[in-house]
Every structure is written in C-alpha cells, then in structure tokens.
Design a protein around this ligand. Structure first.
Ligand code: PHE
Length: 364
C-alpha cells in the first residue's frame, strides 16, 4: 500500500510540475501510460499474496482515477492558456493599412494607341478590329494589287499557309498582313457608307531590323467613305488629328507617292513640332547644328495616305464609285510613340526592358 501512495505522490508531483500541454502529456505517459508503474502494479495484481490483492486493486484504481481526473483538468487549463497566448500573438489588426500591391503600367505603345484612338473617337470615327493573319485576297487583290503586280512579290511578307511557289500568287493563301489597309475591304463589306473608321494593329514585313525598322510594328489605319469627300477633307482631317496629337496647329505638306489602292496617293509630312519648321537646334543645344527631331529638314514624314481608288470601292456591293468617294491613311503608332517621347531606337519598344518601360507610367 505504501507503494501505491508513493507512486501516486510521484505521479502527482510530475503532473503538477508540468507547465505546458506537452510536458503534461509526457508526465501522463510516464506515470499513467500502459507501461507506467501504477498500471504495471495493477496488471500484476495476481502475483500478490491473496490478502493484498483486494486493497492494492482498490487503492490503485482510486489513485489512478484521481490522477487521471487531475491530469484531464490540468490539461484543459493548460490548453486554454496556450490557446489564449496564441490568439494574442496571432491577432490580425484589421485596422492596419494594407500592404501596397505593386501596380503595373500600360506599355507606352498601348498608351500611344489609346491616345490615337481617343483623338479619332473625338472626330466621330469608330474603332474597329481586323485579323492579323489575312488571306492574300484581302491583303493584295482587294487592295487593287492584282496577280502579277510587283507589290505582290511573295518575298515581301510572311506566309502562313498556301504559298504558291509557281505563279507567286494565290488568293486563299494565308499571310501575316503587311499593313492595316487589309481591314479596308473587310470593313466596307460589313457596312454601307457613310463610313468613318480607324483600325489599329500589328503588321509584319520582311525587313532588316535596325533602330528604325522592325519586322513587326504597329499601324493605325483611317478610312472615310462618304459622298463628296475630297483631298481637301483628307488634308483637313490630317491637320486636325496632328494638331490634337502635338498640341498645336502645324503645317501639313502632301507629297505625291504611289500606293496601289489609293489614287491620288500621297505621303504626308508634318512641320517639325520641335523646331517648328526652321530646322534649327533648340535654343541652348550647343552640341547640335540642326534640329535633332527632324535632322534639320523642318518636316517629319508621318503617314501614307490617299483617295480610295475607285477600283477598290467598286469591289463591294453598295459602294458606287460614281456616288461616293473616300480617303485613307496609315500612321505608324511606334513612330508616333518615338516622336512624342523622344527615344531613338524602335527596338526599345519590343525588348520589355523594365528600365525603359517604367519611364512611361501610364495607369490603366
Ligand atoms: N498602308 C500604307 C503603308 O503601310 C499606308 C497607307 C494607308 C497608304 C492608307 C494609303 C492609304 O505604307
């Protein structure tokens, strides 16, 4: 019996000494577990002299129950206390301002495209979309560039499918479009005049890549078709557009040029927005003898343009070349971005070097 009391006292002392749930668990296993002394004593009760078996069994069981009840109580208290500590430590302060999420910026090309779209929306134009992978028909034939025309030379674009090696022309072949003018016929087929649309997008050309050339770049096509449109309307529209873009009225000069799908065709130059046409360097720029933007020319070539060729109008039902006329022009979006932000190399636009991209913090 003394044995049981001693075992119970030892067990109780260890259980009481425990200050954590883990300590308590260890003490429980040591004293009350399957191979603990009390359990062993009870299990081996049959080896005791018969007269001791009753009292030891009874005393042992009482002691065991008491100790277990004590351990359970204490365990609950310790667990509560530990939970308290954890709740206090892991408290979430919802009143703290959130950590700032890194915010991206729009690419300078996207910003430029949207600016151009905005200007034309303000002039009553609609923004439309058209495929980049285009058939040779929309790419060439529909643009008054029939089979055998030098501009159809297969070497001047990328073929996706169906390149005709022999004749060098196949209306169903799929190409990467070389210009956004390929949207002209698609747009005309979808609606009748009056039509005022702009179409921004990527174009592809087999070209050497240098500071001002890339085999992929961006254009924005404008197409207007209405009764009575003349070259004067084309020039006025270009002037209005450029005045909004560069923030002030600038002279526009039209030079004759050739495009298969416009007649007459022109290239439009705008008076240099930096030197205002003088060709002189900016005041204080002693390192340069001429204007850096126009290289002393006084003019900047800005777009190809022209009056829509009657042959093109005649391709689509509902467009009577005797009734309606139209004009079209195509602007290089990349070039506008370079001019507006004054950076010297087109390739910067496509390298996604963050040191460059971050200089144009346009928000979505
Ligand atoms: N598509 C022509 C080019 O890429 C530009 C252009 C557009 C010319 C519309 C006339 C009319 O050079």
């Amino acid at each position: 019996m003394a044995d049981i009391e001693q075992l119970a006292r030892d067990a109780r002392a260890d259980l009481e000494a425990a200050t954590t749930v883990a300590d308590l668990e260890a003490a429980k296993i040591k004293h009350l577990g399957k191979s603990g002394p009390l359990v062993l004593l009870l299990r081996n009760i049959k080896d005791l002299p018969p007269e001791q078996r009753g009292p030891v069994g009874k005393g042992g069981n009482i002691a065991r129950k008491e100790l277990e009840a004590f351990a359970a109580d204490k365990g609950a208290q310790l667990a509560d206390a530990e939970l308290d500590v954890r709740l206090r430590r892991e408290v979430v302060d919802v009143s703290l301002p959130p950590r700032a999420m890194p915010q991206g910026t729009l690419h300078v090309l996207t910003q430029t495209r949207r600016l151009l779209e905005d200007i034309f929306l303000g002039m009553g134009y609609q923004v439309i979309d058209a495929p980049e992978v285009e058939s040779e028909w929309y790419g060439f034939t529909a643009l008054n560039t029939p089979v055998g025309h030098p501009a159809r030379n297969p070497s001047d674009t990328f073929y996706i499918e169906g390149r005709d090696q022999g004749a060098g022309a196949n209306d169903d072949a799929l190409i990467l479009r070389t210009q956004t003018s390929t949207a002209q016929l698609r747009t005309m087929q979808k609606s009748t005049p009056p039509l005022y649309v702009v179409h921004p997008g990527r174009v592809y050309r087999r070209d050497d890549i240098d500071a001002t050339h890339s085999d992929m770049f961006h254009q924005m096509e404008a197409l207007a078709i209405h009764e009575g449109l003349t070259l004067a309307d084309l020039k006025g529209t270009i002037e209005q557009f450029l005045a909004t873009l560069f923030g002030g009225r600038l002279e526009v000069r039209l030079r004759t040029h050739f495009f298969p799908f416009t007649e007459p065709s022109v290239e439009a130059d705008v008076q240099c927005f930096s030197c205002r046409g003088t060709g002189d360097p900016l005041p204080g720029d002693e390192d340069s003898e001429r204007c850096r933007v126009c290289r002393g020319e006084g003019w900047i070539e800005i777009m190809g343009a022209g009056m829509v060729d009657p042959n093109v109008l005649g391709m689509v039902e509902g467009y009577d070349p005797d009734k309606v006329t139209g004009f079209a022009f195509g602007i290089g979006i990349d070039r506008v971005a370079m001019l507006r932000h004054d950076f010297p190399d087109l390739r910067l636009l496509f390298q996604n070097d963050l040191r460059f991209v971050r200089q144009f913090p346009g928000r979505p």
